[in-house]
Each structure stands twice: as structure tokens, then as C-alpha cells.
Design a protein around this ligand. Structure first.
Ligand code: ZN
Length: 137
């Protein structure tokens, strides 16, 4: 079976099912097709452009999600390769570095939102590492 989106001369669109494309051609030629809305026999296959564009949107969205995933992965990789992991000592270490009590270096670790806010208020540059978007979202 093959499904066609059909349109009459008054622009009513409807679906028609045919055994194959030849069956559609035969029925169209014999005038066996008619519009369910106005009974017009002037039927043509509707252009499939809307379906194509919808598919394109989906592909674009998927491509964007993939890029976002890669972006997040790259950020994490960069941080992990260039910074020292200090775990939950992060707020203390960040302060020590900022005030010159510890060697200046890139660090990353765990901080609560409150910790991060306090650090930022003290003028210490911290940035959250974006978490990976769920694969199924
Ligand atoms: Zn019609």
C-alpha cells in the first residue's frame, strides 16, 4: 500500500491509499478519485514540501544537540586536563589561591551554589562546568 496526500482543485487536502503508484495513476485517469469535501474529480498529489521541512527541522535539532554534547564534553576534558582536582576543598583552595596563600594554578572541584556565590562576591573567578545533557532528553 502507498499513501498519498491528495488535494482537489478547491485546495481541500485528504489522504488516499493505493495499492501502488500505478493504481493511483489509473484511478486518477479514470476519474475514480473524488474529494470527500466537495466531490470534485480534479484531484492531484499534494506537494510533499511540508513533510520534508518537518524532517529537516528534526535533523537540525538533533545536530544541535550533538554539538551541545560535544561542547560540554570538550569543556570537561579541557578542565580535567589543565586543572587540578581538589574535590570539596574547592572553595578553600580557590580562596587560598586568590589571596596568595597557595600556588597559583587552575583548579576544579565541588562547590555548592552558595559556595560559588560567595566566591564570586569575593571577586574570585569561578565558573560552573556544564553537566552533560541527558541522552534521552
Ligand atoms: Zn474539494
Amino acid at each position: 500500500m502507498i499513501r498519498y496526500q491528495l488535494v482537489c482543485k478547491k485546495n481541500h487536502s485528504f489522504e488516499g491509499w493505493f495499492r501502488d503508484s500505478a493504481a493511483y495513476d489509473t484511478q486518477a485517469k479514470k476519474g475514480l478519485l473524488s474529494c470527500p469535501s466537495c466531490d470534485s474529480k480534479k484531484i492531484a498529489k499534494a506537494p510533499m514540501a511540508p513533510a520534508v521541512s518537518k524532517k529537516g527541522d528534526l535533523a537540525e535539532a538533533a545536530a544541535k544537540a550533538k554539538t551541545m554534547r560535544e561542547f560540554v564534553l570538550n569543556v570537561r576534558k579541557h578542565v580535567e586536563e589543565n586543572a587540578e582536582y581538589v574535590g570539596d576543598r574547592f572553595p578553600n583552595e580557590a580562596r587560598a589561591i586568590h589571596y596568595g596563600d597557595a600556588e597559583e594554578r587552575q583548579i576544579y572541584g565541588e562547590a555548592t551554589l552558595g559556595d560559588a556565590r560567595e566566591l564570586i562576591e569575593e571577586g574570585i573567578a569561578v565558573a560552573p562546568i556544564p553537566s552533560l545533557p541527558r541522552a534521552d532528553s
